[in-house]
Design a protein around this ligand. Structure first.
Ligand SMILES: Cc1cc2nc3c(=O)[nH]c(=O)nc-3n(C[C@H](O)[C@H](O)[C@H](O)COP(=O)(O)OP(=O)(O)OC[C@H]3O[C@@H](n4cnc5c(N)ncnc54)[C@H](O)[C@@H]3O)c2cc1C
Length: 539
């Protein structure tokens, strides 16, 4: 293992959170950004709808605040909601300054869309690929800055704390502090150490904890697992938002989204024997809100033991449908489904993690010198359920606050001398890739474990939970945890092994926090065990 870098700001992740923070701190020191895949691969790149902000009269901050609080089901931090909503226009102006292009109307105003849960038109967007446009613009600006270095295909394994450096955490210095990270250079397969005065976790979500997700494969909750292992605080993990209708196409990851607008257009949900079922759950039937539809589909699938339900669009007028949904129609055709003639199989998919690394209003975690911003963090904005298009916004607002705080902190950072002298005490550095470790003889040991975690989480800790399901999930995950830790100790380190370890860690936290929250609230829906037994006994 070698010491490769000393930097002022280490950023782990190159989505909207990491990049916007980088652009803010770069004028105050050297920035090293690492990212585990191609530099643009991120949840950010896949965001479709847009970013919420109050732009014009008659919309008001109060309405956006109220919509956010209602979605969050009583457990948002109201001060944080106010801060984010009120700072939105200023932060959006920065995105535009960095080169992001949002669509405009013929009169030159921004073309604002309206999404579920919003009481006004307030979603800025770039066609239906807003995230792609934001990622493009931010990367371009970051590359143009002489102080920002982006290292792609660098995988962060764990953060460095006193423990790794042989420093004492004692009653005089009780706080755990972060001094950078161990990273795996995927081009050389060598483990390197990056020391930093300041570290930002911007590693995004964890959709791959579940079998079906709209998230790309990078979303394995790495940052949350790293911080949890280092004794950082993680909260709100029981609140996982599922999108009700993703295309059921086994093996395809991420899952392709079938927009909720298709139901708005007249698509009807049916079981695989062609029976409508939404009337059993809500008088609005297939037009019920996202979380009710997701729960209804989940329930039908569980009771019947099916893998999916159908979205029936065969009765809709073809020309109008294709005009409205050209990409969805074409995507289905590509896999042999003509939506105008065939049933379209759909299934809910894990979409957005509301919880994460607990941070204050400046993005500070409880570990000193470690910030977290974006989907890996828990700020109090979303509470028990995220309002659509508030997540990109959260990332830029908190990147701004974290950057301002970090710039201030590095001026007074006591570890500077320590870093510039001889920081790498030999003590406590893991013996990765030492003699005696080897690649697993069979990759199936990893791939099968991954499938098992995903199945456990989908079937027992998904949209609808119960005490029995959570207990089962906990017991089964424990076996996988023990097996994987044993493998981790004697196996040459690799991204797939680390991601599996992180996914197991994150699954454990989700189950633990779901068990602690007894009542149903927001996205955490608990079914009484009694109901469950009765339903299973019925024919
Ligand atoms: C299909 C889809 C549609 C969406 N639509 C919207 C929308 O319309 N509006 C909205 O507000 N939100 C939307 N979201 C959510 C939003 O896109 C994300 O919440 C947001 O982009 C997260 O940004 P981030 O910077 O926190 O993380 P990401 O953009 O996911 O970036 C994470 C980065 O961390 C890197 N990384 C992860 N682990 C490691 C590691 N171990 N080592 C090194 N690097 C690592 C990744 O490679 C990546 O670069 C959508 C999400 C999806 C999936």
């Amino acid at each position: 293992m070698k010491l490769t870098k000393k930097t002022d700001f280490l950023i782990i992740g190159s989505g909207i959170a990491g990049l916007s923070y980088a652009l803010k701190v770069a004028g105050h020191g050297k920035v090293c950004m690492i990212t585990k895949a191609n530099e643009d691969e991120s949840n950010t790149k896949y965001a479709q709808g847009g970013i919420a902000a109050v732009m014009y009269h008659p919309d008001t901050y109060d309405k956006h605040i109220e919509d956010t609080l209602i979605a969050g089901d009583g457990i948002c931090d109201e001060n944080i909601v106010r801060m984010v909503v009120k700072e939105a226009p200023e932060r959006i102006a920065e995105l535009i300054k960095w080169g992001t292009k949002f669509d405009k109307t013929a009169s030159g105003e921004y073309d604002l869309a309206k999404e579920g849960g919003h009481s006004a038109h307030r979603i800025l967007h770039h066609k239906d690929n807003t995230g792609f446009e934001i990622e493009r613009a931010l990367l371009l600006s970051a590359h143009a800055h002489p102080n920002i270095e982006i290292l792609d295909h660098y995988f962060a394994i764990d953060i460095l704390t006193q423990h790794h450096l042989g420093l004492e955490v004692n009653s005089r210095t009780p706080d755990i502090a972060c001094f950078g990270a161990y990273v795996l250079n995927l081009r050389t397969n060598e483990i390197e150490t990056i020391l930093a005065k300041n570290t930002l976790m911007a590693t995004g979500g964890a959709g791959n904890v579940y079998s079906t997700t709209t998230n790309p494969s990078i979303a394995s909750g790495d940052g949350i697992a790293m911080v949890y292992r280092a004794k950082g605080k993680v909260e709100g993990m029981e609140f996982y938002q599922f999108h009700p209708t993703s295309l059921f196409n086994p093996g395809e990851r991420p899952s392709f989204l079938i927009s909720e607008a298709v139901r708005g257009f007249g698509g009807i949900l049916k079981t695989i024997d062609g029976e409508e079922f939404m009337h059993k759950y809500d008088i609005r039937k297939s037009l019920a809100p996202r979380d009710i539809v997701a729960r209804a589909i989940d329930n039908e699938i569980k009771i019947r033991g099916d893998d999916y339900v159908y979205l029936d669009c065969r009765h809709l007028e073809k020309d109008a449908f294709v005009k409205h949904f050209p990409n969805i129609y074409q995507k289905c055709l590509d896999i042999g489904i003509d939506m105008m003639k065939d049933y379209t199989p759909v299934v809910p998919a894990a979409h957005y993690l509301c919880g994460g690394i607990k941070v204050d209003k400046n993005g500070r975690s409880n570990i000193k010198q470690l910030y977290a911003v974006g989907e890996c963090s828990s700020t109090g904005l979303h509470g028990a359920n995220r309002l659509a298009s508030n997540s990109l916004l959260e990332a830029i607002v908190f990147a701004h606050h974290a950057a301002a705080d970090a710039i201030q902190k590095i001026k007074e950072n006591p570890i500077e001398n320590y870093i510039s002298n001889n920081p790498l005490a030999k003590k406590n550095i893991p013996n990765w890739n030492a003699e005696g470790t080897s690649y697993p003889e069979e990759m199936v040991l990893l791939t099968q474990s991954l499938r098992e975690v995903q199945a456990i989480m989908t079937n027992y800790v998904g949209i609808v939970r119960s005490n029995i399901r959570l207990q089962r999930a906990f017991d089964r995950l424990e076996i996988l945890y023990k097996e994987n830790e044993a493998l981790y100790l004697k196996t040459t380190i690799s991204p797939i092994l680390c991601e599996l370890r992180n996914i197991i860690n994150v699954a454990y936290i989700i189950i633990k926090q779901a068990r602690n929250r007894k009542e149903s609230v927001g996205l955490h829906y608990m079914m009484a065990d009694f109901d469950l037994k009765i339903k299973h006994l019925l024919p």
